[in-house]
Each structure stands twice: as C-alpha cells, then as structure tokens.
Write a protein that binds this ligand. Structure first.
Ligand code: S3P
Length: 457
C-alpha cells in the first residue's frame, strides 16, 4: 500500500491517565458537520477492488484504522493500493481467482468486518492466510464465518480455542456452490459467503432470517455481478449470486456513515439549545433504525435535501435539542441499528420514562460485550438500567443525568464515543478510560465535535 496517512497501531492496553478523556458539559452544539465515509462500504470498496481486474477508484473512503487494515490486507494479497488524496484511493486488482499468497499473517487490528469478509475472499481462492488482530478481535467468535466457509471447501489449519483468532485458513480454488441459512442476521456472515462464492463455478444462495445491511449485494451488482435479492418470510431475504462474474472496475463514492453520524446526532438532541446540520448521511433503510427510534422518542430531526450519491440515498439532517420520551424498540429493528445501541442508550438516559430495547444478543459479540459495557457505563453515570435475558431497559432521567463517573471502554470505539457524548449533556463531566480506539472508525471525532462546540478534556 503506498502513501497511507499516518496511522496508529491498535493498542492492546495502556495506563489510564494517558488514554483517559472526559466529555464536559458546555454550551449548545451549533454548526454543520460531515461525518466520515461509511465503514462498511469502505471495507467493501477495497475488497471488490482487489477482486476486479483494473483500477477501482474510491472517493470519500473512511481513513480509519479498521479500513486501513483491510487496505493493507488487499495489498498483501496482490492488489496495488494507493492513496491519491484526502479520502481518494485507487485499488488495482488482478481479478477473481488470482490472489497472491500473503507472506505474513494478515493483521486486522480491531476490525471484525475486515477480518471476516477477507476470510470469505481467502476461503474461495487457492491460498493460505493467517488472520489475527488485537485483544478485542481475538475474543470475537469466528465459527459463524468458518462453518459455512468449510462447507464450501476451505480448511482451518489452526485456530485459537473456540474458533477464534489467530486463525490459519486454507482456501480452495474451486469453492462449492452452497445454499446457506444464516442463524443470526449478520451482514458479515452473509458477505463472507458471497465473497467466497464469487469464485465458485455455480450459484451461491444465502437466506437470512432478518434482512441485514445490503452493501455487498449492491456493490457487487454495481461492479457487474449477477446477484438477486428477494423477500423471504416476513423480515428475511434470499440472495442468489451467480459465480465467476467478470467484475468491471468502477468509481465508488462513499456516503457519510450513519453509525458515526449517530454521535453528533444524539449529542445535539440531549445538549439543551443545540441546533446542528449533519451533511450527506446515508439513508439506506437497512441502516436507519436509529432515526426511526429517535423520531418515536419525540426527536426533532428534519430530513433535508434527500438525493442519490454513488448509488445510495443520502440526506442532510437538521437536528435540534428535544425533550425525548422512552419507547419500546422491537427486536426486528435490531439489524438496522445494530451499532447504534450504545448511543441510543445514552439518548434513553436523557428521556422521560423507560426505554426497553429488545433482542440484543448480538451486542454481546461486538468489539466488546456491549450489553454489559453500556449497562456499566450508565450506572457509573448515575442512570439505572437492567439487563433481562437479551433485553436492556434504561430508566430515563428526563434530562437530569448526573455523569461524573468513568466508563470502561474495553477497546470499543462506540462505547468510548457514546459516553463522551453523555458527558456533554450531564451535570458533571463523564470520563472514559481509553480514547484510542475512536481512531478505528471516526478519526476526526474530537476536532469535528469541538467545531460544533463540544468540550473534551
Ligand atoms: C457490518 C455488519 C455488522 C456491524 C458491523 C459492520 C458490516 O455486523 O455490527 O459494525 O459491515 O457488514 P453483523 O452483520 O455481524 O451484525
């Protein structure tokens, strides 16, 4: 990979004093902000560039640590990956079926998506690659990916206990076409199977019980693959991919990430007097569950200038401080807002009455056990909450949240940003023990929020 921006090595641990940061109550948030490029789309842009003959151009790529790890992995597997300007990158690949065997273990840092999608790519090619990452990634379950990939003919040569990284995966040059029903609604599982299926001589079918984000399908179609998606049951989808397509290099414009936009959005709702504009946020309906929920809670969010950019619907949002009230968030909405529960829980803490979020088992296997991390952070801020089975109930304090505690982030960027936002609207500053992982998904979080008036000390 050439000319990459300065990067920080994903930390393993560190003394609290050096890494601690506090969100401090200050005045209202005002102004405009464009969140960074979508993380899911950025990973996929690099990966499809690797699998396409010729030069794929990317604009607005998220230059966060997670995505840069995927870029380095693409380079190790044979692509020429070059940074051409701020967010502008090019990837020159050699096409499906022609990966190089990487010389070193592929290090994905903190990135579950990058590592899992790339396992799919490697599984469908005749190469062997090692996969590893930081202490958070080493805890994450990979069986859900490895099981279907071994059905397609890949072999696991080595793995840590319970199917975890470090993993040594031997791919097959002739992956079997399979029909696979995913047990959980996971875009990572679906995408790994489809990426392996790209080099299969037949038709790969994935059936998911609840529709998960569809960026892999959309981008594959955009690159010329034959792929269809149809409803399956009340909430699910059936995706059918014809193997061995000839992918054509394309120009990808990455829209602003709704999962990153969620932080300034909720901060503006809970800090009294705030009035901000969030620019160019992706409005893909499989990603906007948080907006639906916040509207139900009484949030004043106006959608301005809906338009299409780079094949995705985007819009600007005007967000004004609002008196929120508690709601019940149904389980079937979870896939469309799976990364937004930490910041939704913060919004719920400032709402009047209880918010009950149902069916959150998947939160236990994210960058941290997010269900426990959210609950512990809320309690440290003086907010009562309860976990019953897979549901989280937050007892809202109608705007009067004490703050004043320390939230442990467990190497989880979204826990870090959520509790910093809580501190902006609480009675006392709220600390987090470790700010470093914010660089994985929103490297400009601190300056971008400071421009709106946020204070972090
Ligand atoms: C992602 C899918 C989600 C999400 C992750 C990004 C993706 O994971 O939590 O941050 O880009 O495919 P699951 O699909 O496993 O829920």
């Amino acid at each position: 990979m050439t000319s990459s921006p300065p990067s920080v090595r994903a930390p393993q641990s560190g003394p609290m004093s050096e890494t601690c940061l506090r969100g401090v109550p200050a005045g209202p948030l005002r102004g405009r902000l464009r969140p960074p490029g979508d993380k899911s789309i950025s990973h996929r842009a690099f990966i499809l560039g690797l699998l396409t003959v010729g030069r794929t151009q990317i604009e607005g790529l998220l230059e966060g640590e997670d995505v840069l790890h995927t870029g380095r992995a693409c380079a190790a597997l044979g692509a020429k990956v070059a940074r051409e300007g701020n967010g502008r990158w090019s990837v020159s690949g050699m096409g499906i079926g022609t990966l190089l065997a990487p010389r070193d273990v592929l290090d994905f840092g903190n990135a579950g998506t990058g590592s899992r999608l790339m396992m799919g790519v490697v599984a469908g090619h005749g190469v062997t690659a090692g996969f590893d990452g930081d202490t958070s990634l080493r805890k994450r379950p990979m069986r859900r990916i490895l099981d279907p990939l071994t059905l397609m003919g890949a072999e696991i040569l080595a793995e840590a206990e319970g199917g975890r990284c470090p993993i040594l995966l031997k791919g097959t040059p002739e992956p079997l076409p399979i029909e696979f029903r995913t047990k959980v609604a996971s875009a990572q599982v679906k995408s790994a199977i489809l990426l392996a299926g790209l080099n299969s001589p037949g038709r790969t079918v994935v059936i998911e019980p609840q529709a998960s984000r569809d960026h892999t399908e959309k981008m594959l179609r955009f690159f010329g693959a034959e792929i269809t998606s149809e409803a399956f049951g009340p909430h699910g989808r059936k995706i059918i991919l014809e193997g061995r397509p000839e992918l054509r290099p394309a120009r990808i414009v990455v829209p602003a990430d709704p999962s990153s936009a969620a932080f300034p959005l909720v901060a503006a709702l809970i800090v009294p007097g705030s009035d901000i504009i969030i620019e160019g946020m992706m409005m893909n309906p499989l990603r906007t569950g948080l907006l639906t929920t916040l509207w139900e809670m009484g949030a004043d969010i106006e959608v301005l200038d809906r338009r299409e950019e780079g094949g995705e619907e985007v819009a600007d949002l005007r967000v004004r401080a609002s008196a929120l009230h508690g709601v019940e968030v149904p389980e079937e909405r979870a896939p469309s807002m799976i990364d937004e529960y930490p910041i939704l829980a913060v919004a719920a803490a400032f709402a009047a009455g209880e918010t009950r979020m149902r069916g959150l088992s998947e939160l236990r296997v994210k960058e941290s056990d997010r269900l426990e991390a959210i609950a512990a952070g809320l309690r440290a801020a003086g907010v009562s909450c309860a976990i019953e089975a897979d549901d989280l109930t937050v007892s809202g304090r109608a705007g009067a949240v004490r703050g004043g505690g320390v939230a442990e982030t467990h190497l989880d960027h979204r826990i870090a940003m959520s509790f910093l936002c809580l501190g902006l609207a609480a009675q006392k500053p709220m600390a987090i023990d470790d700010e470093r992982m914010i660089a994985t998904s929103f490297p400009t979080f601190k300056p971008a929020m400071a421009q709106l008036g946020a204070v972090f000390l």
